[in-house]
Design a protein around this ligand. Sequence first.
Ligand code: HPA
Ligand code: ZN
Length: 340
Amino acid sequence: MKLSELQKIIQGIPKTELHLHIEGSFEPELMFEIANRNNITLAYDSVESLKKAYQFNNLQEFLDIYYLGAQVLLKEQDFFDLTWAYLTKVHSQNVVHVEVFFDPQTHTDRGVPFSVAITGIHNALEKAKVELNISYKLIMSYLRHLSEESAFQTLESSLPFKHWIDGVGLDSSELGNPPSKFKNVFEASATEGFKLVAHAGEEGPADYIWEALDILKIERIDHGNRCLDDNALVQRLIDNKIALTLCPLSNLELKVIKKMEDHPVAKMLEKGILATINSDDPAYFGGYMNENYYETAKALNLNNNQLMQLAINGFEASWLSSDDKATHIATVKTYFNSLN
Ligand code: HPA
Ligand code: ZN
């Protein structure tokens, strides 16, 4: 297949995005614009010098610069603009459903109220629902390098906005911060009616995935690459239809894999794992949904059946209703049939 044809096919697939940190969609141009209007001086003097700093050897090196960028977000309008920019971008890539993370503590710890961040994000998501026909869920993520007590405070702050939030997640520095550290706050979050996900097995071992499943009782794993180290775990994921939200360009940029040809997604599909493709932090890792599909398909020689399975898995693994899943999956199948 010609590569331009592959790009065309990927563009046409109705897609979901289930692993996206809204703070990670902050493009340098918008960052400078918002910094200027908030009278904040960034540590970099131009878009170009900032982009040059986007070279990471591991997750922590990325997180350091990601938290720095988020510091220019102060007002509701800033959060709205950030979210709206992401949504219009993925709309142009035929993404029809998104499940978006935000990191409340990154903002509340700087004195930006929970209400300011969530209202800006929520208003943009609602606008996209009406104007772009994108459905959405919102997930607040606890920062695992902070204490469980801090996560409990975040849960408390979120309660007046409970009707806007669908689930909780766990992100930030994985190694040394196992899921078990957050057992009690995940239990309390479930009691409040939130759905549960957690990052696990990105840099951390397969044991962290077991902990996320058995101790936090999560229903979907963010990343989960390391599950392949453990056959019993792979069987558990298959038996319980636990989805993985994989992020190929993120894995490449954070050196989870050496080259895209090493990405485990094809192996996972072959085993029957509910693997999905997502972008994680597209402004930092060189691509949104189409680019993640494209680079993966190119490196692993994915065929149309594998691409269709990935798209179907995205809807299966989503928090849409069974009826909405069925409708979207039928559209995906019709699309691929039309290519033959
Ligand atoms: N891993 C952990 N924390 C994160 C990530 C990630 O890939 N992106 C943003 N926060
Ligand atoms: Zn992530």
